[in-house]
Design a protein around this ligand. Structure first.
Ligand SMILES: *Cc1c(COP(=O)(O)O)cnc(C)c1O
Length: 426
């Protein structure tokens, strides 16, 4: 029976047999036992399915990955130790030294650094484009050696909404896949595959876990990108892998399984950024209520954004659920059921006023975190970006008065009351 997304959140990925545990078991074992060396040899040759070492695969992690895969409507998925690892693997699986990628400039700072500094040291070049650029500008960013396009459904922290169809169209016209980091929207509010994306990544640390308990990541493949049409671009997927007994991933595992099998068999084998079974179990507890929580996060953010918009001490509010917001139309298209719980705004009086405001919040805590059950906020100018002066901040798109406010699951009344009393102290 085909289940609704809400039911997949609760029950997807794991179906116990008669007398088996109702909850996903935590298989806290590094290794697995076999009767003969021959049995084990077949696993190493990827000829038989089964577990042999938890760096490659673990039953708890696989069950949770299968749930996220079903939520996104993908063909295969894997968990990673963090969102950073997920984005690194997703890209490095198809692009390496001498290659090039096109990337939206409005992305998470950690990912920006990964692509523009660390992967550059590995010989990979990245061209950043404005997410709101024209199709012509976007197409001009491609080169002979371009291997992928990357963007975030809702960018952290800029809150720009990606025109997924525009980016997918350009990627496909150049014979490469679109990778979308869907962390802020989650598959509850947007399923990028339905708009042409080919691979989706997540920092499960955020809404999927939702309780600030465990760092984690996930990669999901749609199984729709036909690597075999461009064998010269994607030799890693279309020609024999000498490090794995000459297996050709697209031949042996089909378009549905090639990408994730290669990322597991090569990248996880060699880099080892696994999620622990304990963390996967906690992630699954979060997933069981993701659909209920996302609705509440979005309702609270909408109420907070509307309150802020009408407050005389607030200079501007950015939230794509507000009519008149720069991304309202794109959000209506891609995020009709809600976007996320993060709102950003400016406090009149700049840096000093923002600091005073934050100091007096009682419900919202100051944290370098978002997408948590507990409301938290950050003043980038005095925290993550504190080494920059006002001119440098402006160049980075962070104004000195900017407050990033991540609405949790408390009552909207309490959040608004908290903001109201803190604004009075300015
Ligand atoms: C947090 C975040 C990441 C990085 O994830 P970690 O789990 O912290 O490694 C990547 N992308 C987005 C959009 C994020 O918000």
């Amino acid at each position: 029976m085909k289940l609704d997304r809400e039911s997949v959140c609760v029950q997807g990925g794991y179906t116990p047999g008669n007398g088996e545990p109702r909850q996903i078991p935590i298989v806290q074992s590094t290794t697995f036992k076999y009767a003969t060396s021959e049995d084990m040899g077949k696993l190493f040759d990827l000829e038989a399915e089964g577990y042999f070492y938890s760096r490659l695969q673990n039953p708890t992690c696989d069950a949770v990955a299968a749930k996220i895969c079903a939520l996104e409507g993908g063909s295969a998925a894997m968990l990673t130790s963090s969102g950073q690892a997920a984005n690194f693997y997703a890209l490095f699986n198809i692009a390496a030294c001498g290659d090039h990628v096109v990337c939206s400039s409005s992305i998470y700072g950690g990912t920006y650094n990964l692509f523009s500094v660390t992967m550059k040291r590995m010989g990979l070049e990245c061209t950043f484009v404005e997410p709101d650029c024209s199709e012509e500008e976007l197409n001009r960013a491609f080169r002979e050696n371009t291997k992928a396009v990357f963007g975030e459904t809702i960018a952290n922290p800029a809150l720009t909404v990606l025109d997924i169809e525009k980016f997918a169209k350009a990627a496909h016209a150049h014979g490469v896949p679109l990778i979308v980091d869907n962390t802020f929207a989650t598959p509850i509010n947007c399923r990028p595959f339905e708009w042409g994306a080919d691979i989706v990544t997540h920092s499960t640390t955020k809404y999927m876990d939702g309780h600030g308990a465990a760092i984690g990541g996930c990669i999901v493949d749609s199984g729709k990108f036909d690597w075999t049409r461009y064998p010269e671009k994607f030799p890693g997927l279309c020609t024999p892998d000498e490090s794995y007994h000459g297996v050709t991933y697209t031949q042996r595992f089909g378009l549905e399984g090639a990408f994730i099998t290669k990322a597991t068999a090569q990248l996880m084998r060699d880099f080892g950024s696994v999620q622990s079974p304990q963390s996967a179990f906690m992630l699954n507890l979060g997933l069981e209520s993701l659909h209920v929580r996302m609705k509440r996060h979005c309702e609270n953010a909408q109420a907070v954004a509307e309150f802020l918009q009408s407050h005389p001490k607030i200079s501007w509010v950015s939230y794509c659920g507000l009519p008149g917001d720069k991304y309202y139309e794109l959000a209506q298209k891609y995020l009709p059921g809600g976007s996320c719980g993060v709102v950003s705004f400016g406090v009149k009086g700049g840096r000093k006023a923002a600091e005073t405001f934050m100091k007096h919040l009682k419900v919202a805590a100051i944290e370098t975190h978002v997408a948590d059950a507990r409301t938290c906020c950050l003043h980038p100018a005095s925290a993550t970006h504190r080494q920059m002066n006002d001119a440098e901040l402006a160049a980075a798109g962070v104004s000195p008065d900017l407050v990033r406010f991540s609405c949790g699951l408390e009552s909207a009344n309490d959040l608004i009351e908290d903001i109201r009393q803190a604004l009075e102290t300015i």
